[in-house]
Design a protein around this ligand. Structure first.
Ligand code: ASP
Length: 301
Protein backbone atom coordinates (compact mmCIF):
# COMPACT_ATOMS: atom_id res chain seq x y z
CA UNK A 1 0.00 0.00 0.00
CA UNK A 2 1.40 3.42 -0.94
CA UNK A 3 1.43 5.76 2.00
CA UNK A 4 0.51 9.27 1.01
CA UNK A 5 0.07 12.22 3.35
CA UNK A 6 -2.14 14.80 1.70
CA UNK A 7 -3.93 16.26 4.72
CA UNK A 8 -4.52 15.56 8.40
CA UNK A 9 -8.31 15.53 8.15
CA UNK A 10 -8.18 12.28 6.18
CA UNK A 11 -5.81 10.38 8.49
CA UNK A 12 -7.55 10.70 11.86
CA UNK A 13 -6.49 11.54 15.40
CA UNK A 14 -4.82 8.21 16.16
CA UNK A 15 -2.34 8.49 13.30
CA UNK A 16 -1.64 12.14 14.09
CA UNK A 17 -0.71 11.30 17.66
CA UNK A 18 1.32 8.30 16.53
CA UNK A 19 3.48 10.49 14.27
CA UNK A 20 4.04 12.94 17.08
CA UNK A 21 5.20 10.24 19.48
CA UNK A 22 7.38 8.63 16.83
CA UNK A 23 8.92 12.08 16.18
CA UNK A 24 9.98 12.20 19.82
CA UNK A 25 11.64 8.79 19.57
CA UNK A 26 13.44 9.68 16.34
CA UNK A 27 14.79 12.99 17.58
CA UNK A 28 16.42 11.26 20.56
CA UNK A 29 17.79 8.32 18.58
CA UNK A 30 21.58 8.06 18.07
CA UNK A 31 22.56 9.32 14.62
CA UNK A 32 24.21 6.06 13.55
CA UNK A 33 21.01 4.11 14.28
CA UNK A 34 18.73 6.68 12.66
CA UNK A 35 20.69 6.81 9.43
CA UNK A 36 19.88 3.19 8.72
CA UNK A 37 16.13 3.68 8.83
CA UNK A 38 15.59 4.83 5.24
CA UNK A 39 19.04 4.08 3.80
CA UNK A 40 18.96 3.74 0.02
CA UNK A 41 15.64 5.53 -0.40
CA UNK A 42 15.21 8.48 -2.73
CA UNK A 43 12.90 11.41 -2.14
CA UNK A 44 12.19 14.01 -4.83
CA UNK A 45 11.39 17.59 -3.84
CA UNK A 46 9.03 19.41 -6.15
CA UNK A 47 8.39 22.91 -4.81
CA UNK A 48 6.26 25.06 -7.06
CA UNK A 49 5.95 27.82 -4.49
CA UNK A 50 8.64 29.50 -2.38
CA UNK A 51 9.72 27.81 0.82
CA UNK A 52 12.46 28.28 3.39
CA UNK A 53 11.66 26.23 6.47
CA UNK A 54 9.65 23.38 5.01
CA UNK A 55 12.04 22.61 2.18
CA UNK A 56 15.21 22.63 4.26
CA UNK A 57 13.52 20.78 7.08
CA UNK A 58 12.29 17.96 4.81
CA UNK A 59 15.78 17.73 3.37
CA UNK A 60 17.47 17.50 6.76
CA UNK A 61 14.87 14.97 7.93
CA UNK A 62 15.51 12.73 4.91
CA UNK A 63 19.28 12.92 5.36
CA UNK A 64 19.02 12.10 9.05
CA UNK A 65 17.17 8.91 8.09
CA UNK A 66 19.82 8.03 5.52
CA UNK A 67 17.64 8.82 2.47
CA UNK A 68 18.79 10.91 -0.47
CA UNK A 69 16.98 14.01 -1.69
CA UNK A 70 16.78 15.03 -5.33
CA UNK A 71 15.78 18.65 -5.50
CA UNK A 72 13.87 19.15 -8.72
CA UNK A 73 14.55 22.59 -10.15
CA UNK A 74 11.12 23.62 -11.39
CA UNK A 75 12.40 26.83 -12.99
CA UNK A 76 14.86 24.99 -15.22
CA UNK A 77 12.55 22.07 -16.03
CA UNK A 78 10.21 21.12 -18.85
CA UNK A 79 7.32 22.42 -16.72
CA UNK A 80 8.41 25.70 -18.30
CA UNK A 81 7.92 24.13 -21.75
CA UNK A 82 4.33 23.27 -20.97
CA UNK A 83 4.76 19.71 -19.66
CA UNK A 84 1.96 18.90 -17.24
CA UNK A 85 2.60 18.28 -13.57
CA UNK A 86 1.33 14.73 -13.94
CA UNK A 87 3.69 13.94 -16.84
CA UNK A 88 6.55 15.53 -14.94
CA UNK A 89 5.91 13.37 -11.91
CA UNK A 90 5.47 10.19 -13.96
CA UNK A 91 8.77 10.93 -15.70
CA UNK A 92 10.61 11.36 -12.41
CA UNK A 93 9.01 8.22 -11.02
CA UNK A 94 10.11 6.20 -14.01
CA UNK A 95 13.65 6.68 -12.73
CA UNK A 96 12.72 4.59 -9.69
CA UNK A 97 12.37 7.19 -6.93
CA UNK A 98 10.34 6.37 -3.83
CA UNK A 99 8.50 9.51 -2.71
CA UNK A 100 7.61 12.99 -3.77
CA UNK A 101 7.41 15.96 -1.41
CA UNK A 102 5.32 18.56 -3.18
CA UNK A 103 4.32 22.18 -2.59
CA UNK A 104 1.78 23.63 -4.95
CA UNK A 105 -0.27 26.82 -5.21
CA UNK A 106 -3.48 25.00 -6.11
CA UNK A 107 -5.74 23.38 -3.55
CA UNK A 108 -5.87 19.57 -3.90
CA UNK A 109 -2.90 19.31 -6.29
CA UNK A 110 -1.20 16.66 -4.06
CA UNK A 111 -4.47 14.70 -3.71
CA UNK A 112 -4.85 14.55 -7.47
CA UNK A 113 -1.29 13.34 -7.93
CA UNK A 114 -1.62 10.78 -5.14
CA UNK A 115 -4.50 9.13 -7.00
CA UNK A 116 -2.41 8.61 -10.10
CA UNK A 117 1.18 7.97 -9.04
CA UNK A 118 3.08 4.87 -8.00
CA UNK A 119 5.27 6.42 -5.29
CA UNK A 120 4.23 8.15 -2.10
CA UNK A 121 3.08 11.77 -2.22
CA UNK A 122 3.69 14.02 0.78
CA UNK A 123 2.01 17.41 0.84
CA UNK A 124 4.35 20.25 1.82
CA UNK A 125 1.53 22.79 1.45
CA UNK A 126 -1.24 23.15 -1.15
CA UNK A 127 -2.83 26.53 -1.80
CA UNK A 128 -4.95 27.68 1.09
CA UNK A 129 -5.95 24.18 2.15
CA UNK A 130 -3.47 22.04 4.06
CA UNK A 131 0.08 21.95 5.37
CA UNK A 132 -0.04 18.71 7.32
CA UNK A 133 3.53 18.55 8.61
CA UNK A 134 3.19 22.12 9.93
CA UNK A 135 0.10 20.95 11.83
CA UNK A 136 2.14 18.09 13.30
CA UNK A 137 5.09 20.23 14.32
CA UNK A 138 2.83 22.80 15.93
CA UNK A 139 1.10 20.03 17.82
CA UNK A 140 4.44 18.61 18.99
CA UNK A 141 5.47 22.09 20.17
CA UNK A 142 2.27 22.39 22.22
CA UNK A 143 2.53 18.88 23.65
CA UNK A 144 6.17 19.44 24.65
CA UNK A 145 5.04 22.60 26.42
CA UNK A 146 1.89 21.41 28.16
CA UNK A 147 2.11 17.60 28.34
CA UNK A 148 -1.41 17.19 27.01
CA UNK A 149 -3.94 19.53 25.49
CA UNK A 150 -7.13 18.53 27.29
CA UNK A 151 -8.80 21.70 28.54
CA UNK A 152 -6.29 23.97 26.76
CA UNK A 153 -7.47 26.84 24.63
CA UNK A 154 -5.55 27.93 21.55
CA UNK A 155 -6.30 30.90 19.30
CA UNK A 156 -5.22 31.01 15.66
CA UNK A 157 -5.20 34.65 14.68
CA UNK A 158 -5.09 36.59 11.42
CA UNK A 159 -5.57 35.52 7.83
CA UNK A 160 -7.12 32.14 8.62
CA UNK A 161 -8.98 32.19 5.31
CA UNK A 162 -5.89 31.87 3.15
CA UNK A 163 -3.65 30.06 5.60
CA UNK A 164 -3.12 26.35 4.95
CA UNK A 165 -1.36 26.30 8.32
CA UNK A 166 -4.67 27.22 9.96
CA UNK A 167 -6.33 24.43 7.95
CA UNK A 168 -3.96 21.81 9.36
CA UNK A 169 -3.42 23.28 12.83
CA UNK A 170 -7.07 23.17 13.71
CA UNK A 171 -7.28 19.49 12.82
CA UNK A 172 -4.07 18.68 14.71
CA UNK A 173 -4.99 20.63 17.86
CA UNK A 174 -8.56 19.35 18.08
CA UNK A 175 -7.30 15.78 17.56
CA UNK A 176 -5.37 16.17 20.80
CA UNK A 177 -8.40 17.53 22.66
CA UNK A 178 -7.69 21.27 22.59
CA UNK A 179 -10.31 23.95 22.17
CA UNK A 180 -9.51 26.01 19.07
CA UNK A 181 -10.75 29.52 18.34
CA UNK A 182 -10.13 31.19 14.99
CA UNK A 183 -9.83 34.94 15.31
CA UNK A 184 -10.26 37.04 12.19
CA UNK A 185 -12.31 39.81 10.65
CA UNK A 186 -15.34 38.49 8.71
CA UNK A 187 -13.58 38.80 5.35
CA UNK A 188 -10.73 36.54 6.50
CA UNK A 189 -12.75 33.62 7.86
CA UNK A 190 -12.41 30.18 6.33
CA UNK A 191 -15.14 27.70 5.52
CA UNK A 192 -13.63 24.19 5.93
CA UNK A 193 -13.86 24.23 9.71
CA UNK A 194 -14.77 21.10 11.71
CA UNK A 195 -17.57 21.22 14.30
CA UNK A 196 -16.46 22.52 17.68
CA UNK A 197 -14.06 25.12 16.26
CA UNK A 198 -15.42 28.62 16.84
CA UNK A 199 -14.85 32.04 15.30
CA UNK A 200 -14.29 35.30 17.11
CA UNK A 201 -13.91 38.69 15.59
CA UNK A 202 -12.43 40.41 18.63
CA UNK A 203 -9.08 39.27 20.02
CA UNK A 204 -8.75 41.31 23.20
CA UNK A 205 -11.55 39.76 25.29
CA UNK A 206 -10.18 36.31 24.49
CA UNK A 207 -6.57 36.90 25.53
CA UNK A 208 -6.97 36.20 29.30
CA UNK A 209 -8.46 32.77 28.49
CA UNK A 210 -5.66 31.48 26.23
CA UNK A 211 -2.90 28.93 26.75
CA UNK A 212 -1.32 29.56 23.36
CA UNK A 213 -1.69 31.94 20.46
CA UNK A 214 -0.69 31.20 16.86
CA UNK A 215 -0.18 34.35 14.81
CA UNK A 216 -0.46 34.23 11.01
CA UNK A 217 0.76 36.62 8.36
CA UNK A 218 -1.61 38.12 5.82
CA UNK A 219 -1.19 36.03 2.68
CA UNK A 220 -0.94 38.96 0.30
CA UNK A 221 -0.18 36.67 -2.65
CA UNK A 222 -3.55 34.94 -2.18
CA UNK A 223 -5.84 37.85 -1.34
CA UNK A 224 -8.77 38.13 -3.73
CA UNK A 225 -8.26 41.10 -6.01
CA UNK A 226 -11.44 42.72 -4.74
CA UNK A 227 -10.43 42.42 -1.10
CA UNK A 228 -8.66 45.63 -0.18
CA UNK A 229 -7.46 44.83 3.30
CA UNK A 230 -6.69 47.82 5.47
CA UNK A 231 -3.38 46.90 7.12
CA UNK A 232 -3.59 49.70 9.67
CA UNK A 233 -6.99 48.54 10.88
CA UNK A 234 -5.72 44.95 11.01
CA UNK A 235 -2.71 45.98 13.08
CA UNK A 236 -4.84 47.99 15.49
CA UNK A 237 -7.16 45.06 16.07
CA UNK A 238 -4.98 41.96 15.90
CA UNK A 239 -1.26 42.71 16.10
CA UNK A 240 0.36 40.79 18.95
CA UNK A 241 1.97 43.68 20.80
CA UNK A 242 3.63 43.56 24.21
CA UNK A 243 0.46 45.02 25.71
CA UNK A 244 -1.66 42.23 24.23
CA UNK A 245 0.83 39.57 25.28
CA UNK A 246 0.61 40.86 28.85
CA UNK A 247 -3.12 40.03 28.80
CA UNK A 248 -2.42 36.32 28.12
CA UNK A 249 -1.84 34.29 31.33
CA UNK A 250 1.84 34.00 32.28
CA UNK A 251 2.12 30.35 31.17
CA UNK A 252 0.76 31.16 27.68
CA UNK A 253 3.06 30.81 24.68
CA UNK A 254 3.38 32.48 21.29
CA UNK A 255 3.73 30.61 18.01
CA UNK A 256 4.05 31.58 14.35
CA UNK A 257 4.68 29.29 11.37
CA UNK A 258 6.89 31.87 9.60
CA UNK A 259 7.62 33.78 7.54
CA UNK A 260 6.78 36.63 9.91
CA UNK A 261 5.84 40.08 8.76
CA UNK A 262 7.31 41.86 11.74
CA UNK A 263 5.48 45.02 12.64
CA UNK A 264 2.24 43.70 11.12
CA UNK A 265 0.86 40.62 12.92
CA UNK A 266 3.61 40.56 15.54
CA UNK A 267 6.14 42.96 17.04
CA UNK A 268 9.86 42.22 17.48
CA UNK A 269 9.78 42.18 21.26
CA UNK A 270 7.14 39.43 21.25
CA UNK A 271 8.62 37.42 18.37
CA UNK A 272 12.03 37.39 20.03
CA UNK A 273 10.83 37.38 23.63
CA UNK A 274 10.90 34.64 26.28
CA UNK A 275 7.36 33.46 25.58
CA UNK A 276 8.00 32.93 21.89
CA UNK A 277 8.32 29.31 20.71
CA UNK A 278 8.82 30.26 17.07
CA UNK A 279 12.31 28.80 16.67
CA UNK A 280 11.37 25.75 18.73
CA UNK A 281 8.65 25.10 16.16
CA UNK A 282 11.26 25.08 13.41
CA UNK A 283 13.40 22.56 15.28
CA UNK A 284 10.42 20.26 15.79
CA UNK A 285 9.67 20.35 12.09
CA UNK A 286 12.63 18.09 11.42
CA UNK A 287 11.43 15.53 13.98
CA UNK A 288 7.87 15.24 12.65
CA UNK A 289 9.09 15.11 9.05
CA UNK A 290 11.37 12.21 9.96
CA UNK A 291 8.34 10.41 11.39
CA UNK A 292 6.27 11.02 8.27
CA UNK A 293 9.07 10.05 5.87
CA UNK A 294 9.79 6.85 7.80
CA UNK A 295 6.10 5.92 7.68
CA UNK A 296 5.78 6.80 4.04
CA UNK A 297 8.99 5.22 2.78
CA UNK A 298 8.52 2.12 4.92
CA UNK A 299 12.14 1.56 5.84
CA UNK A 300 15.48 0.96 4.09
CA UNK A 301 16.07 -0.62 0.71
N1 ASP B 1 5.21 28.91 5.53
C1 ASP B 1 3.82 28.68 5.72
C2 ASP B 1 3.17 28.15 4.47
O1 ASP B 1 3.84 27.86 3.51
C3 ASP B 1 3.11 29.87 6.26
C4 ASP B 1 3.06 31.09 5.38
O2 ASP B 1 3.55 31.08 4.26
O3 ASP B 1 2.50 32.07 5.86
O4 ASP B 1 1.98 28.02 4.45
Amino acid sequence: MTRHLVDLASVGAEMILEWVSRARVLRDMPRSEREKICAGREVVHLFLEPSTRTRVSFEIAAHRLGARVIDFDTEASSLQKGESLYDTVRTIEAMGTDALVIRHGENHAPNELAKRTRGAVINAGDGTRAHPTQGLLDLLTLLDEFGDLAGRKIAIVGDVKHSRVAGSDLVAFTSAGAEVVLVAPPELRREDVPPGVTFEEELDPLLPTLDAIVMLRIQRERLDAELALDTEAFVARYQLSEARLAMIPAHGIVMHPGPMNRGVEIVDAVADGPRSRILDQVGRGVAVRMAVLEWSLGGAR
